[in-house]
Design a protein around this ligand. Structure first.
Ligand code: PAP
Length: 310
C-alpha cells in the first residue's frame, strides 16, 4: 500500500492513493484488494456497483425491496426502519467481515471499478453485476457537498473550483469518473447477460420500466399478477427519494451503529437530475462535458450533456 502513488485529495486529512489506474482512499483500497483475492462468490450473488454519488443508495433500496418482496410488504420492509446502506452494507470492511452478505440477501455493493472486482467474480458465470452511473456533473456536485458535510468541522472545505479542477484531472474518489463508467460500459457490451448498465437519469425518467428490467436481470422478475396488482409501483414508491428521505431513520439515523460521522441524512440531498446547474458555471459544465464526450467517443455510450437529462 505504501508504495502506491499518493496525492492530496479534496481535503488535507484523507490523501488519495492510485491503484490500477484509480484514485481512492486507503481504507477502501484495503477492502478492495483483499476482496480481489479472497472473495468467494455464491451462485446467485448480485454485485451492485456504482461510482460514488451516482445512485448507490437508490439502487440498494430498490434491489433490496425487489429481492425481499416475498418476505416483507411495503408496510413492514426493513427499509422503513434501517437506512438502505444498513440494509445492504458495502464491501468496505471486507478485512473484518469477509462474508458481507446479509443472510438470505445476495446483494453485494461496491464502488470498485470493474477491473478491480474480485477476480472470482470477473471469471464467474454465476454472478450478476449491475452498474448505475450518473451524469458526472451531478455526481461531482453531489460528491462535493457530501465531502463538505463529512469533513471535521475544524477543517475548512476545499473551494468548489479547486475540487472541480481535481475532478477534471481524474483525481476524485474512484476517479477518473469517465474511466469508471467506461469499464462497466465495455463489460456490459461484452457480457450483456452478466453485466447490466443503468443510468440514474433513465431510472428517474421511467422508473417502472427500469425497475422491471432490473428485477428480471437479477433473477427476481415480477409475475403478471404482481404487475397487475401494482407491486412494481409500490416498490418504486417505497424507495423514492421523497419517501426514504422523510423517514425518521434517514433523517436522524446513523449509517452504522458504531459510526458517529456518517448519518443517513447525508445520503439524501436533493435526488434531482441537473442540480449541477445551481453550482457549476457554464464554462465549468462545458469543460467537463468536453472531457466526458472525448473519453466516451466511439464507445456507443453518451450522456445528453448540458441539459441535465439523459
Ligand atoms: P454514495 O455513493 O455515497 O452511496 P449515492 O447514493 O450514490 O451515494 O448518491 C447520493 C445521491 O443520490 C444524492 O444526490 P444529490 O446529492 O444530487 O441529491 C442523493 O440525494 C441521491 N439519492 C439518494 N436516494 C435516492 C433515491 N431514493 N432516489 C433518487 N435519488 C436518491
Amino acid at each position: 500500500m505504501s508504495t502506491l502513488p499518493t496525492e492530496n485529495g479534496w481535503n488535507s486529512f484523507q490523501p488519495l492513493r492510485l491503484y490500477e489506474g484509480f484514485w481512492t482512499f486507503p481504507h477502501f483500497l484495503e477492502s478492495i484488494i483483499l476482496a480481489q483475492h479472497r472473495f468467494k462468490p455464491k451462485p446467485g450473488d448480485i454485485f451492485l456497483c456504482s461510482a460514488p454519488k451516482s445512485g448507490t443508495t437508490w439502487l440498494k433500496a430498490l434491489s433490496f425491496a425487489i429481492v425481499t418482496r416475498n418476505l416483507y410488504d411495503t408496510s413492514n420492509s426493513p427499509l422503513l426502519t434501517k437506512g438502505p446502506h444498513h440494509c445492504v452494507p458495502n464491501m468496505v470492511g471486507f478485512e473484518y467481515k469477509p462474508d458481507v452478505r446479509q443472510p438470505g440477501i445476495p446483494l453485494i455493493p461496491t464502488h470498485a471499478p470493474y477491473h478491480c472486482l474480485p477476480k472470482s467474480v470477473l471469471g464467474s458465470d454465476d454472478v450478476k453485476v449491475v452498474y448505475i452511473c450518473r451524469d458526472p456533473k451531478d455526481a461531482f456536485v453531489s460528491m462535493f457537498h457530501f465531502a463538505a458535510n463529512r469533513r471535521p468541522k475544524e477543517n475548512e472545505h476545499i473551494a468548489i473550483e479547486e475540487a472541480f479542477e481535481l475532478f477534471c484531472l481524474g483525481r476524485s474518489v474512484f476517479g477518473p469518473a469517465w474511466d469508471h463508467i467506461l469499464g462497466y460500459w465495455k463489460a456490459s457490451q461484452e457480457r450483456p447477460e452478466k453485466v447490466m448498465f443503468l443510468k440514474y437519469e433513465e431510472f428517474m425518467n421511467d422508473s417502472e420500466l427500469y425497475v422491471k428490467k432490473l428485477a428480471e436481470f437479477i433473477g427476481y422478475p415480477f409475475s403478471f399478477e404482481e404487475e397487475q396488482g401494482g407491486v412494481v409501483k409500490k416498490l418504486i414508491d417505497l424507495c423514492s427519494f421523497e419517501n426514504l428521505s422523510n423517514l425518521d431513520v434517514n433523517k436522524t439515523g446513523k449509517r452504522h451503529e458504531d459510526d458517529d460521522e456518517a448519518t443517513n441524512k447525508t445520503f439524501f440531498i436533493k435526488g434531482k437530475v441537473g442540480d449541477w446547474q445551481n453550482h457549476l458555471t457554464p464554462e465549468m459544465a462545458n469543460r467537463l462535458d468536453n472531457i466526458v464526450e472525448q473519453k466516451l467517443s466511439g464507445t456507443g455510450l453518451s450522456f445528453e450533456l448540458n441539459n441535465g437529462s439523459s
